[in-house]
Design a protein around this ligand. Structure first.
Ligand code: GDP
Ligand code: IMO
Ligand code: MG
Length: 430
């Protein structure tokens, strides 16, 4: 038989954050989503907070993909995620109140559920770490992934069978009875089972065969946009371990988190904040501990979407960025929050790390005694929030973008100049 090779399957594009999260992924996915049929989350849970502003409507999404403000796309929560049932249903309720059709929101049967004992365990683990606490969001993300790897997790597939679900909850509670003894605020075993069975009934209409869903979409030639959560430098394998989240946040995680092969991936676009922020503990070589950091925090409204914690702020770090470009295989970038830098006489960029007089790379980001080299670029005074073209930006801002593209080594597609959907300028358009 003569078999003809075909390669007409549509590719899926990925959007990932390349710093420590909160780069503006939600805002960027919302901008791109109009051109896609499916928007898919592949990892993390409601530790993410993705903000979108369209006109006067503001959304802070935790688990629902950021294409939800467009009518067309199906929103898919992939198998690599860990999802709080109560959180998901709360978010669906809020979206429904806004008049959004939530029947388009699908959850893979492979996704794991996060239960109240995961959040309790997360907080107990943090307390036990004392001064070495990670500064997690306290949502139970780490413990839920631990259960997954330990083969004790509960999946959305398990929601279909009440007996299996109840047995798995009992098993997990018994297994952690020592750890959680004395932890306040946890429901009793029977309360938790009853609550979860009730939430399961409401979640079930959204549950789909995740592998069948995503491959059906690929085979039908539907355009898929994959939305990263967290940031590349929080990746459990390649971030600033152990000060990381518990999932693979980099582009490679999209294949695992959706059950698709690397051959199905098209473009990989990195979202890059024009400076740097981090929430929680851990290495941050370009952090500013002075009034300049305070200024960035104020101008950029850098407070966590999930926890409200002030974000640590610093200059753009080109060593970290180059590292992130490599581990993601970025094809292009979108720069966000350039408007926040207006009013600075000069803008710093960390261009090198030194340890004991020697140049070192990102692998040394957490080394005691690390020193940074800072290069300075001319700032601008103009407000950028009404600019809609690259040519309309002040010369110094255009030059700063050129420098960023040079540091990244990939082209910049768009520049975000404010949180609202329309506040953006594109290369290739005047
Ligand atoms: P994500 O987690 O990567 O989706 O980012 P977050 O939504 O947690 O944080 C980004 C914050 O910056 C949100 O409050 C956005 O509304 C806001 N934002 C996004 N892009 C811009 C921008 O270009 N300029 C300004 N000033 N704010 C922006
Ligand atoms: P988005 O998608 C910023 C950080 C936490 C903590 C570490 C581990 O909005 O960019 P976890 O609760 O995941 O175990 O916490 O990871 N973190 C984030 N920081 N943005 C996020 O998501 C984050 N998700 C987790 O602050 O340092
Ligand atoms: Mg966020």
């Amino acid at each position: 038989m003569n078999v003809q090779a075909t390669n007409d399957i549509c590719k899926a594009d990925i959007i990932v954050g390349i710093q420590w999260g909160d780069e503006g992924k939600g805002r960027v996915v919302d901008y791109y989503a109009k051109d896609y049929d499916v928007i898919a989350r592949f990892g993390g849970g409601d530790n993410a907070g993705h903000s979108i502003i369209v006109g006067n409507t503001k959304l802070a999404l935790r688990i629902v993909p950021s294409g939800v403000m467009h009518e067309r796309p199906v929103l898919f929560i992939g198998g690599g995620t860990v999802v709080s049932l109560a959180g998901l249903l709360g978010e669906l309720g809020n979206l429904e109140q806004l008049g959004i059709d939530i029947s388009r929101i699908k959850v893979s049967d492979r996704a794991h559920i996060v239960l109240p004992y995961h959040a309790a365990q997360d907080r107990a683990n943090e307390e036990a770490r004392g001064a070495a606490a990670i500064g997690t969001t306290g949502r139970g993300i780490g413990p839920a992934y631990v259960d997954k790897v330990a083969r004790a997790g509960i999946t959305f597939s398990d929601l279909r069978n009440r007996t299996v679900l109840a047995d798995k909850i009992r098993f997990n509670l018994t297994a952690r009875s020592g750890n959680l003894a004395g932890v306040a605020g946890l429901p009793s075993e029977e309360e938790l089972i009853a609550q979860t069975l009730e939430l399961a009934e409401r979640a079930l209409p959204h549950v789909v065969d995740g592998v069948g869903f995503i491959h059906g979409a690929l085979e039908d030639g539907r355009r898929i946009l994959i939305e990263g959560a967290q940031g590349s430098l929080l990746d459990v394998g390649y971030g600033t371990y152990p000060y990381v989240t518990s999932s693979h946040t980099i582009a490679g995680g999209a294949c695992i988190g959706l059950g698709i092969g690397p051959t199905s991936i098209g473009r990989v676009t990195g979202v890059v904040k024009a400076y740097a922020t981090r929430v929680g503990a851990g290495p941050f070589p370009s952090e500013l501990h002075d009034e300049q950091g305070e200024r960035l925090r104020k101008a950029g409204a850098e407070f966590g979407t999930v926890t409200g914690r002030p974000r640590r702020c610093g200059w753009f770090d080109s060593v970290a960025a180059r590292y992130a470009v490599r581990i993601n295989g970025l094809t292009s970038a979108v720069v966000t929050k350039l408007d926040v830098l207006s009013g600075l006489e000069r803008i710093g960029v960390v261009t090198g790390y030194r340890l004991g007089g020697n140049r070192v790379g990102f692998e040394s980001a957490g080394a005691p005694g690390l020193e940074t080299e800072v290069e300075w670029f001319e700032g601008w005074m103009e407000d950028l929030t009404s600019v809609r073209s690259i040519a309309g930006l002040p010369r110094a801002a255009q030059q700063y973008l050129k420098e960023l593209a040079g540091f990244l080594g990939v082209p910049i597609d768009h520049v975000s100049l404010g949180p609202e959907r329309s506040q953006l300028a594109s290369y290739g358009k005047t």
